[in-house]
Design a protein around this ligand. Structure first.
Ligand code: ADP
Ligand code: MG
Length: 296
């Protein structure tokens, strides 16, 4: 069984068919690079996998569990939950300019913590929680007040602890991408390469099993691409899969287990780096590689 299985994904915008039946699968630990000309549907594919767009047809399974099927309706909460399997690093970083690097990285963690604490409070109030149910049975008003105060104190302490843990985790992630000295800087005070590394740390915060990159170096000056590619290389791990949309062919050849070449909304050819770069079969892939070689 594959770890990620994408079946027959279709997506149209208005009358334009952008994805015309995408099928692929990967195993945990795999690195798959997606190459192809501009407009071939690479970004749309990543956005559909991260549920930023909903595919019109097709399904996505992780660990054999169907997390998306276009024939079904999903509540926002379910999409948010299912999205946690994936992390996405955007082409243009998408950092919040009003927050420091640290706050940008801890934000998803803090939102998740806030939701978890809110749900726990709701469960206690509705009496689903055994402790809450027991509280309801107490008769003495004084005991009720005491219990309420103790619970409030415990909640406040848990809250403080959880948010402090988030800060520690975000600090570690930033140190891991080499930005230990820049935690309190705002995006406008960072270079493009540093911003992209903050964005990578942020995408890692919720520990996605499948990390997607959408042309992570294309918005960078050439001298800054190396530092970002180094960080991406360091993330290759048996614990996660990576899908990297890139125009850095040398990098794709080095890091990838498999390459997918997209053209006009379909996977025109897929194979090992050796098969794709040294023994291309499709005429479209041959033309794409020729064009790349001529323009670099
Ligand atoms: N939100 C959208 N609305 C309308 N058309 C879109 C939208 N997103 C993408 N497209 C169109 O889909 C096609 C593929 O885009 P995209 O997935 O960004 O390709 P790539 O990343 O390979 O360059 C393009 O023609 C683009 O204009
Ligand atoms: Mg794109």
């Amino acid at each position: 069984m594959s770890f990620l299985e994408v079946k027959n994904l279709h997506k149209s915008f208005g009358g334009t068919q952008v994805l015309k039946g995408i099928d692929f699968s990967l195993q945990k630990g795999d690195v798959v690079s997606v190459i192809g000309s501009s407009g071939s549907g690479k970004t749309t594919l990543l956005r559909c996998l991260n549920f930023l767009e909903l595919a019109d047809m097709g399904s996505v399974c992780v660990h054999g569990e169907e997390i998306f099927n276009a024939t079904k309706k999903y509540a926002d909460r379910d999409l948010r939950e299912n999205r946690l399997h994936f992390g996405l690093v955007f082409q243009g970083f998408n950092l919040f300019p009003q927050y420091t690097a640290l706050k940008n990285v801890r934000l998803p963690l803090d939102i998740q913590t806030g939701e978890r604490l809110k749900n726990a409070r709701k469960a206690r109030k509705s009496g689903k929680d055994p402790a809450g149910a027991a509280e309801k049975e107490k008769i003495s008003v004084l005991r009720k007040i005491r219990a309420w105060l103790a619970e409030n104190k415990a909640c406040a302490e848990e809250r403080k602890r959880a948010f402090a843990d988030n800060a520690l985790k975000a600090e570690k992630l930033l140190r891991d991408v080499g930005l230990g000295e820049k935690m309190n800087n705002y995006p406008c005070e960072l270079s493009g390469g540093q911003c992209q590394r903050v964005a990578i740390a942020r995408a890692l915060a919720l520990e996605p099993e499948i990390l997607c990159f959408d042309e992570p170096t294309s918005a960078l000056d050439p001298e800054l691409t190396g530092e970002v590619l180094r960080v991406i290389r360091s993330l290759k791990s048996p614990d996660r899969a990576m899908i990297i949309v890139t125009h850095e062919m040398q990098f794709a050849a080095e890091i990838s287990d498999r390459i997918i070449f997209m053209a006009d909304g379909v996977i025109e050819e897929a194979g090992t780096p050796q098969q794709i770069f040294r023994e291309p079969k499709s005429e479209k892939l041959k033309a794409f590689l020729r064009n790349y070689a001529e323009n670099r």
